[in-house]
Design a protein around this ligand. Structure first.
Ligand SMILES: *Cc1c(COP(=O)(O)O)cnc(C)c1O
Length: 386
């Protein structure tokens, strides 16, 4: 059987999403991403309970759907952006904004300064440009000398365009003081998509220790520490959900410092379902294929082509026959004219017919906006906030 996430149950023998059958969400056309707000709210509540007193920020790049970002504005304490486009989106909510990321152009820095966003400075050169544009307070983003173990995408512990190497931080801080830029604290983002509470506990402890040491070396008060995130979600069969309560319980206390967690995937990833309609069912040399009207141009990650070494299936189901038992094994492909366009390999499904809806779960983060939408000229997917 495919590993369907526990948040989803049948409604009228179909897959239920936010209390409605899948056919309801597909009625205005497929493919469509549906994001269930109740699932996002449950993840936010879990993080808040586990991390009392810590500010929770949403990293917009995980899912920048304007309706979702606007709704998030009422749920979290701040928004993290990485471009002028995301900054404009975040500014509509009135929430505090953090701006991190390599290659910030002068125009982006100027807009961030004008919007009152907290800029995370990524290099000595960026500090010079920030000061030249009138920036007066900032965080220094530190490339830590450790890495987040078990992380899908490692960001620390090696040469990287992200952040300032820990040993260069005191020099950059001294230059900031000379330029009249007040450094409020540090930003450390050590990795992404970790399911190991132990690895996160270790990384958070190392982050706090590093920040305290660097504040001492730089002679600054540690007003703010952005702890990063890296919380993962269980995409694959046999993955175990992250124990957020354990991670929160182990966070060292840091009185007098404003602590920030910045999460994207963990908050929104499990809320999303990508619904695509079956256009063709065929057998080729003994393999049964379900060919759907969606594909990797909307959901690159599910096809295994977004930073994966070994392709594994995302949870996938026949949403039209959700209550029926699996009777056959299919390869589920999209409609793109490339063999890379696979949504699921050897997937156990009920007898599947043309016109059925296929659901690809875990589609709430790094889906529509992280896929090559223009590739092969099909229209974009619809996106609905449920
Ligand atoms: C991408 C990113 C995030 C969000 O990462 P997730 O794995 O989606 O939680 C947070 N902070 C920074 C600086 C990022 O670049």
């Amino acid at each position: 059987m495919s590993h369907v996430p526990p948040d989803f149950e049948p409604v009228d023998r179909e897959l239920g999403i936010a209390g409605q059958p899948a056919s309801h969400w597909a009625s205005e056309g497929t493919p469509v991403f549906v994001y269930d707000r109740a699932i996002i709210a449950a993840r936010i509540a879990a993080v808040r309970e586990a991390f009392p007193g810590v500010e929770l920020h949403y990293a917009i790049k995980a899912n920048p759907l304007p309706a979702l970002v606007e709704w998030m504005g009422g749920q979290v304490d701040g928004l993290d952006v990485a471009s002028a486009g995301e900054l404009a989106l975040a500014a509509r909510t009135g929430l505090p904004i953090g701006f991190a990321g390599p290659g910030k152009r002068d125009a982006e820095l100027a807009e961030a300064i004008a919007a009152g966003a907290t800029v995370s400075i990524e290099s000595g050169g960026e500090l010079e440009r920030f000061a030249g544009l009138g920036g007066r307070t900032a965080l220094l983003r530190v490339n830590p000398d450790f890495e987040l173990k078990g992380s899908g995408m490692k960001m620390g512990g090696r040469g990287t365009p992200f952040g300032i190497d820990a040993d260069q931080v005191p020099g950059v801080a001294a230059r900031a003081a000379a330029l009249g830029v007040r450094i409020k604290g540090f930003h450390v983002y050590a990795g992404s998509q970790t399911l190991s509470a132990a690895a996160l506990i270790e990384a958070q402890a190392a982050t706090v220790a590093l920040a305290v040491r660097l504040a001492g070396e730089c002679g600054i008060a540690l007003e703010t520490l952005n702890l990063g995130g890296g919380f993962g979600i269980p995409y694959f069969a046999n993955d175990t959900a992250l124990d957020v309560a354990a991670v929160g319980a182990a966070l060292p206390a840091l009185p007098g410092t404003r602590l920030i967690l910045e999460l994207g995937r963990y908050l929104v990833g499990e809320s999303g379902v990508y619904l695509t309609r079956v256009v063709d069912v065929k057998t080729s040399r003994g393999t049964a294929f379900v060919v759907a009207d969606g594909g990797m141009h909307h959901q690159l990650a599910a096809s295994g082509n977004l930073g994966t070494v070994i392709r594994r299936n995302y949870p996938i189901a026949n949403a039209s026959r959700f209550a029926e038992a699996a009777t056959a094994t299919y390869d589920v492909t999209g409609c793109l004219c490339t063999p890379l366009d696979r949504l699921g390999e050897r997937v156990a499904l009920p007898d599947t017919r043309v016109g059925d809806l296929i659901a690809v779960f875990m589609a709430g983060a790094y889906g529509a906006s992280a896929s090559p939408t223009a590739f092969l000229g099909h229209p974009p997917a619809r996106e609905v906030l449920a």
